[in-house]
Design a protein around this ligand. Structure first.
Ligand SMILES: Nc1nc2c(ncn2[C@@H]2O[C@H](COP(=O)(O)OP(=O)(O)OP(=O)(O)O)[C@@H](O)[C@H]2O)c(=O)[nH]1
Ligand SMILES: [Mg+2]
Length: 320
């Protein structure tokens, strides 16, 4: 397949074209995308996959710009993808403007792709997962996935990456900034960003608050203890320390086998969520089911029919 060869050769236009293909919902495009991904599968898996999360405005894009440029200087090649559930609603995109990644977006060894628009988080994450595989086949050795800290997108991103980075704002004494415990527990590394100027002291306070808080958290991997670092994405400080943590993380989890184990489990649960989504979508398109839906939905809305009974009736109709 020509496109596959071009991607493997590192042709960026071919990569962009392939990502457009996996983002398409047209049935023939889906088929082509599936064939392409299957062909490229042996060439995937060689990158380190990093998720970058944090509340809007914490500085994720600015951090990625600084971090990405730092990595490129060291000879790495960096792909940046995004999972943005808000784009499903507003049609916008967190990387749409690319303005916060001015230099990175145009760097030869970087590839920056905005979040795909989609109706469901499931649809958006599938496309990002597939794009990640394509970027790996194209030879990018560090993949960064930015996500806005809202809803379930953090879990979705943690489920497709090796290491999850949570960015925090400097805020002295604040009640853990309203970050949910579940999100904290996903973090393999916590970064207090904007540790510069007036905010340097507050950043130090936040750093020690969270270091203390981490003692009471369960870490995700037996062989990795999450830490907290401070950095400034605009002043370029603490950026190399972050990379050193990533290297240490990879070394520890490679040695213990947890990195591979985690990826294998991610792939398996992805298979099942794909199966579930595809089945529901087939079911919803079935003419017999379609005819039944308004009546069943109404009965459930009116409280006349238990949801479980309605569901079973739809499934029985679909199977018959
Ligand atoms: N002082 C200072 N400002 C920063 C730093 N990092 C980011 N900012 C500023 O914070 C603002 C938000 O930065 P972004 O990188 O767009 O934040 P984001 O988390 O990507 O935001 P969303 O994509 O909207 O969720 C911008 O005005 C940045 O210039 C930093 O390290 N220090
Ligand atoms: Mg951003």
């Amino acid at each position: 397949m020509l496109l596959a060869e071009q991607i493997k050769a590192g042709d960026r236009r071919a990569l962009a074209k392939a990502i457009t293909l996996v983002e398409s919902t047209r049935a023939d495009h889906r088929q082509q995308a599936a064939a392409l991904l299957e062909t490229l599968m042996p060439d995937t898996g060689k990158s380190i996959r990093l998720g970058i999360s944090g509340v809007p405005g914490v500085g994720k894009s600015t951090f990625i710009e600084a971090f990405g440029n730092h990595l490129i200087k060291q000879g790495h090649s960096v792909a940046v993808l995004a999972v943005d559930p808000t784009s499903a609603v507003t049609g916008g995109s967190i990387l749409g403007d690319k303005t916060r990644m001015e230099t990175l977006a145009f760097a030869e060894k970087a590839f920056v792709r905005p979040s795909p628009a989609g109706k469901t988080l499931g649809g958006v994450t599938r496309r990002t997962r597939e794009s990640l595989l394509l970027c790996e086949a194209a030879g990018f050795d560090v993949i960064l996935i930015e996500t806005v800290g809202v809803g379930q997108s953090e879990t979705a991103v943690a489920d497709m990456t090796d290491m999850f980075l949570l960015l925090l704002l400097p805020a002295g004494g604040d009640e853990l900034q309203g970050i949910k415990r579940g999100i904290m527990e996903l973090a393999d590394l916590i970064l207090v960003n904007k540790a510069d100027g007036d905010q340097a002291n507050a950043a130090n306070q936040t750093l020690s608050d969270y270091r203390a808080a981490l003692h009471f958290m369960k870490s995700r991997f037996a062989n990795w203890q999450p830490t907290v670092l401070a950095c400034s994405s605009t002043q370029d400080t603490g950026i190399d320390e972050v990379w050193q943590q990533v290297i240490a993380f990879r070394a520890a989890l490679d040695a213990s086998g947890e990195l591979q184990q985690n990826r294998a489990q991610q792939a398996r649960s992805w298979m099942w969520s794909e199966t579930a989504e595809a089945l529901v979508s087939d079911l919803k398109c079935d003419p017999k089911v379609k005819a039944l839906v308004p009546e069943l939905e109404q009965a459930v809305l009116d409280g006349k029919l238990p949801a479980t009974v309605a569901a079973q009736r739809m499934i029985d109709t679909f199977k018959s």
